[in-house]
Write a protein that binds this ligand. Sequence first.
Ligand code: SPV
Ligand code: MG
Length: 430
Amino acid sequence: MKQVYICFSTDILHNGHLAILKKAAALGEVTVGLLTDEAVASFKHYPLIPLEERIQMFESLKGVSSVVVQEELDYTTILRRLKPDIVVHGDDWQVGYQANIRQKVVEVLREWGGELVEYPYTHTPTEETLSNLDQLLSLPESRRSRLRKLLAYKPCLSVMEAHNGLTGLIVEKTVVESEKGRRQFDAMWVSSLCDSTAKGKPDIELVDMTSRLNTLEEIMEVTTKPIILDGDTGGQVEHFVYNVQTLERMGISAIIIEDKKGLKKNSLFGAGVGQTQDSIEDFCQKITAGKNAQKTRDFMIIARCESLILEQGMEDALTRCHAYVKAGADGVMIHSRQKTPDEVFAFCKAFRSADPKTPIIVVPTTYNDVTEEEFAAHGVNVVIHANHLIRSAFPAMQATARTILENGRSREADKLCMSIKEILSLLPNQ
Ligand code: SPV
Ligand code: MG
């Protein structure tokens, strides 16, 4: 009997999958390969059903004689191990980055005279199925826990700022495809700078928590990706513990609080604007109080160290970050406003030699020559692109406003604008 191999990434089985399985079973003995959670998340959403349960689900299907785990999107390793006579797939992978994966399958099968059999892909998910999936992914428990899950298996997460529903949608939906695969943002950063700027206000903790929660609600209503909130200083301990519980209940994955006190100013102003760093003791107390207040394991409190910004030196940064971790912090954010990454890399090296696993978060606004891949090689786990949507929107909007004033009509501004059709297509359920 011929050996047939078919790989699935799905966690929601539908008729199309069953139909293709039936056809595969008519060709011989079927081995189903299931992609790991990590591999699935690398090209679509984080799977709703974890690998162990998906294995059970497929093992119980008629026509499946065994189930194996396929570690990578690329089939080469698993095919060389199993050497099947036939690989079955839908015919929907002949374009884009999947075309490369397909080509490699054809080449590897040639090594032992195997054959690729493709069937027309028969199922297009309905609007309803897609919106149900989005609803499941955006439930508080599901969304909240996803940041920790992503951190557990991805060397470095790519996080993008969002400051309202529209920018949330951009972070949610922007995907680029290349030969290397599909890339999308892993999570969203709700920045104090951008949330304030979008409201025309300075970044000095003037926009209060009620307003910040409204921004979060607006973003959460139209997105599914996990959210990291810029919590400024965290405020008074008595308020902070309360806010931790509120955020957790909403489904926020993490809050980052910075070790400053008094009137907070934006870090990128540097040391000359009268910003005061909190004492290690008081900041540790705030972290511990927050950790004791949270109800789930999922929620993360990340400590942001301002020692390099405030020119207190590397030793101070390291002493503080280790103390913050000891106090319960789930990660450390090291901030810098240097034009080069040198001090951040030096921090990472020294921090990692004593602490191999606590996540390190960076915000490379000023030292942005460095790629996420390079950061990962230095032990960084999260890269936050903290303000780029508002900074790119502002000059674009300003140019449009000027053009209309200059011409006394809007026709000349058309070339600066997206079409109404395009903007409508970004918005869900129209
Ligand atoms: C923010 O985005 O509000 C931040 C990062 O706190 S920074 O502006 O670089 O201080
Ligand atoms: Mg901020």
